[in-house]
Design a protein around this ligand. Structure first.
Ligand SMILES: [Zn+2]
Length: 75
């Protein structure tokens, strides 16, 4: 049995893309910063329904994602 060397794969909770689970992956369990931001937006949008959290509409989420993508390109 030498399967311990195979990377663990998890499905991104946002886009369900398979992503390697790595300890140094900053956005786990998401595949990317984009998906993590979308998920945070979904929380704020009430998709996950938290009482008392301010609502965020899709325009805000789009802008947030665009900023995140720009940030990734700059790196
Ligand atoms: Zn994803």
């Amino acid at each position: 049995m030498s399967q311990s060397h195979r990377p663990l794969e998890v499905a991104c909770p946002q886009c369900y893309k398979k992503v390697e689970w790595r300890e140094d992956h900053p956005y786990r369990p998401f595949c990317s910063k984009r998906c993590r931001l979308i998920d945070l937006g979904a929380w704020a949008d009430g998709t996950h329904r938290i009482a008392g959290e301010p609502a965020m509409d899709e325009t805000d989420i789009d802008e947030m994602v665009m900023r995140a993508e720009r940030g990734l390109q700059d790196e």
